[in-house]
Design a protein around this ligand. Structure first.
Ligand SMILES: Cc1cc2nc3c(=O)[nH]c(=O)nc-3n(C[C@H](O)[C@H](O)[C@H](O)COP(=O)(O)OP(=O)(O)OC[C@H]3O[C@@H](n4cnc5c(N)ncnc54)[C@H](O)[C@@H]3O)c2cc1C
Length: 444
């Protein structure tokens, strides 16, 4: 028996491949649902899915694109124009990635000793000419990587921190909703997946594991015996020392847990606002360049203290705006009520578009948000490498005595951590490692 802990895309991909290889598999999932940090809501009033976790395919995202092709899912590239809040005006951003890259291109993956992105910025790379690009790059690192610039590693960011070519800059969505991906991975796994069981202990020696679980519905304890275990819980859970979801290892896989502590769980907060009509098109004309229209806006970047980034559903024309706050801004919102967070988002949007809060609040027909930082089975949004941690994902991806195998987005380095495709790749890799050890056992 092989146990897989977690039914996010990493665990599901591992289970799918293990079952295909003829292994007896059981997936233990704490929540009552599969998909982990992919969480799609639907509303009768809206024709687009409401993503509360992952939304985009970043770059080629081969593992997701392959599933979309097999499953016949509709994938739609993001199109439209990027805008920026520039004081009291909105200006068109001609070359967003070019600006980010002029700064991130100066990072060194061989920096010795490693330092934080903030320390790098403090040296003023590019001089006064790049002051604006540096501010944009800082917002990008905090927002996209959900990171604290004072903690994230220069070496790790240099290695895959930003897209390097047009193919990597591509951003797309699954029009059917991202939850179709875990559902596709889980097809055929039926009885293999057990939900509502929280793993709290892993006792192991080479070739033998006892996993202790507790049922969420009735508190009953149970143990499972296995030859090996794939552990695909989020980094935040892996490094947690207490509370629901935390796992005690006996003995501790020291190098792996030490590597995990060189990574951090970043925070991100999204608010989805629905309107009767595209409210951003009501922006006062004097805010825009002469004759310009923001009807085809995709992203709006700014530096608002609440929600600095907003995006539309472009190229789909839907009256929906998503507000995004990454890094410390999001950390500050952990534990706040949904009403407080939505109110904050409305205030940010009002400042960005130069409208009154009252006008925006009155136009909102529905709003959604989700607190990943307070979720015991996520404990944050996604991982990043802290200073000195650029090789940590590689360490985590190594098998422990042919018995413990780690998977999940945090185990995939090279810029693919924090993504759905990176998580799937880590599950596929873990399954291959398990199958290899099974083969070796049979040969002995
Ligand atoms: C707000 C947000 C936006 C994002 N946007 C994007 C995006 O646009 N594009 C992109 O590619 N990625 C995005 N991501 C990241 C992406 O969602 C993740 O990288 C990916 O889904 C992680 O998959 P995983 O299988 O590694 O982990 P998870 O999906 O977290 O799965 C781990 C599973 O383990 C379970 N678990 C935890 N503890 C226990 C326990 N003790 N016992 C049993 N089960 C347990 C959890 O319930 C969960 O189901 C986003 C994430 C967030 C939060």
């Amino acid at each position: 028996m092989i146990l897989v802990i977690g039914a996010g895309v990493a665990g599901l991909a591992a289970a799918r491949d293990l079952v295909a290889a003829g292994e007896e598999v059981r997936v233990l999932e704490a929540r009552e649902r599969i998909g982990g940090r992919i969480l799609t809501a639907r509303s009768d009033a809206l024709r687009v899915p409401i993503e509360l976790g992952a939304e985009f395919l970043h770059g080629e995202a081969k593992e997701v694109a392959d599933i979309a092709r097999e499953a016949g899912l509709l994938v739609c590239d993001v199109r439209g124009d990027r805008w920026r809040v520039d004081g009291a005006r909105l200006t068109n951003v001609d070359d967003f990635w070019g600006d980010v890259e002029t700064v991130l291109g100066k990072l060194r993956s061989d920096r010795e000793p490693d330092r934080s992105f903030q320390e790098f910025l403090d040296t003023g790379p590019g001089g006064p000419r790049l002051a604006r690009a540096r501010a944009l790059a800082r917002e990008y690192v905090a927002g996209f990587h959900a990171a604290d610039p004072a903690l994230i590693s220069e070496r790790a960011l240099a290695d895959g921190g930003a897209p390097e070519d047009a193919a990597e800059e591509r951003t797309a969505r699954i029009l059917d909703g991202y939850d179709t991906v875990p559902r596709w991975l889980a097809r055929g796994l039926g009885d293999v997946i057990e939900t509502g069981v929280v793993v709290h202990g892993i006792r192991w020696r080479r070739g033998s594991v006892i996993v202790d679980v507790v049922s969420r519905s009735n508190g009953a304890s149970r143990r499972y015996d296995a030859r090996a275990v794939v552990i695909s819980v989020p980094l935040g859970v892996l490094i947690a020392t207490g509370g629901e979801g935390a796992i005690r290892f006996d003995p501790e896989p020291r190098p792996h847990l030490a590597a995990a502590h060189k990574l951090a769980m970043g925070d991100a907060r999204r608010v989805v606002l629905a309107f009767d009509s595209p409210i951003w098109e009501d922006v006062p004309k004097k805010r825009l360049p002469d004759g310009a229209s923001i009807a085809t806006m995709n992203f709006l970047h700014g530096d608002d203290p609440g929600f600095p980034v907003w995006w539309t559903m472009m190229p789909v024309r839907a009256p929906v705006l998503v507000g995004w706050a990454g890094g410390l801004r999001a950390t500050a919102m952990i534990g706040a009520s949904a009403e407080q967070v939505i109110e904050r988002a409305v205030a940010s949007l009002a400042r960005s578009l130069g409208m009154t809060k009252r006008h925006i609040a009155g136009a909102v027909t529905a709003a959604w948000t989700y607190d990943w930082g307070s979720d015991r089975f996520a404990r944050g949004a996604y991982s990043y490498s802290m200073v000195g941690g650029s090789d940590a994902a590689k360490t985590l991806s190594r098998a422990v005595e042919g018995t413990l195998f780690f998977a999940g987005e945090a185990c995939d380095g090279g810029g693919r951590n924090g993504t759905v495709h990176g998580a799937i790749a880590s599950g596929v890799r873990a399954a291959k490692q398990v199958v290899r050890t099974s083969g070796a056992r049979r040969r002995r």
